[in-house]
Write a protein that binds this ligand. Structure first.
Ligand code: HEC
Ligand code: HEC
Length: 283
């Protein structure tokens, strides 16, 4: 099939081809309250933002999916969080120390996820949470780094991310971060792949619409790592980026690559003010 025919086959009836503006159902009015705390799922966009109001992806999910994130006992990602706690307390590597031996309670890392990706002066670039964890494992603990998408890494990023749940995303945008955000923005608007599409065509121009059976959100990153039914488990943000690129028949960048870190930095700035929901639940 030619690319345009493939696009039509994939997105027929969604309004994504031939510029048909099919009005979609938009975000719902539900409030996300977890353990008595109200999370921010809707906020006025910062200045110079292409959208007026930004919404968490949670607002686009079905009631059934939403319910799983509201209740920590129902949230299927909490099994991984428990595993993360085990890892936190397990001594490893040449230091023979656990994370807890050096860091104390994991809530000492509260706020960290809300600032990701965070500038690393020594490396001269921003790092995702996974990079920071692996750096500490190799530098301080003296153990082998974890693979980006390993059970260990997902459990630990979920556990550390949970410590920031409810805090607004506030990535640094000044100084050397500005260049990375600009680079991420460029990637966001660059058409790629066989379908010749860019992130903005779905998440900026068509959010709120139905794309096949899926309800398009603004593609926010505040819930990662996220539990997805499709994955039958947790997945990293970079896995999600990868999946969206594959859907438009593009060759995805590698997890942890400069490109994905730049995209993460841009999306963190683009979603500033939304509450961290880690670990979120999506279909
Ligand atoms: C062809 C349309 C399409 C394109 C292009 C696309 N996505 Fe997506 N994306 C989706 C769909 C469908 C979903 C699942 C429903 C939703 O959450 O919007 C999704 C979900 C996401 C999510 C998860 C949102 C959440 O709340 O969990 C992120 C983040 C995301 N996309 C980022 C991107 C980025 C970055 C790009 C560009 C590299 C991109 N997408 C390109 C269709 C697209
Ligand atoms: C031998 C002590 C030691 C051990 C063991 C250790 N860390 Fe660290 N970690 C440090 C030090 C020192 C730093 C740098 C100073 C700081 O930010 O606290 C650090 C920094 C970090 C950071 C970056 C924090 C920030 O604010 O930028 C993360 C994330 C982290 N460690 C996670 C872990 C995890 C997860 C484990 C266990 C798998 C672990 N660390 C094990 C000592 C340790």
């Amino acid at each position: 099939m030619t690319p345009i025919k493939t696009a039509i086959a994939l997105f027929a009836g969604t309004g994504l081809v031939a510029g048909l503006a099919v009005a979609g159902p938009g975000p719902d009015e539900d409030q996300l309250v977890i353990e008595g705390e109200t999370l921010i799922t809707e906020v006025a966009a910062p200045e110079d933002h292409p959208l007026d109001t930004i919404y968490s992806g949670w607002r686009f999910r079905s009631d059934e999916t939403q319910a799983l994130e509201i209740d920590d006992f129902e949230n299927p990602a909490m099994v991984a969080v428990e595993y993360g706690l085990d890892l936190w307390d397990t001594a490893a590597g040449s230091s023979e120390k656990s994370c807890a031996d050096c860091h104390g309670d994991v809530d000492s890392l509260a706020g960290l996820r809300a600032n990701m990706p965070k500038w690393n002066e020594a490396a001269g670039q921003p790092w995702s949470l996974e990079h920071w964890i692996n750096w500490s494992i190799t530098e301080h603990q003296g153990a082998e780094p974890w693979k980006w998408e390993s059970e260990e890494m997902l459990a630990m990023t979920a556990l550390i991310g949970l410590q920031s749940r409810g805090m607004p995303m506030t990535v640094e945008t000044e100084g050397p971060m500005a260049d990375w955000i600009a680079r991420g923005k460029e990637l966001y608007y660059t058409r790629v792949g066989q379908l010749d599409m860019a992130c903005n065509q779905c998440h900026e121009d068509n959010w709120g619409q139905m794309i096949r059976a899926d309800h398009l959100s603004q593609g926010m990153i505040n819930g990662f790592p996220t539990y997805r039914f499709k994955w039958s488990g947790l997945g990293s943000l970079h896995r999600r980026f990868s999946g969206c690129m594959k859907n438009i028949r593009a060759k995805p960048y590698k997890r942890g690559s400069d490109e994905f870190v730049a995209l993460e930095a841009y999306l963190a700035a683009r979603g500033a003010g939304l509450s961290i929901e880690t670990p979120a639940v999506r279909n």
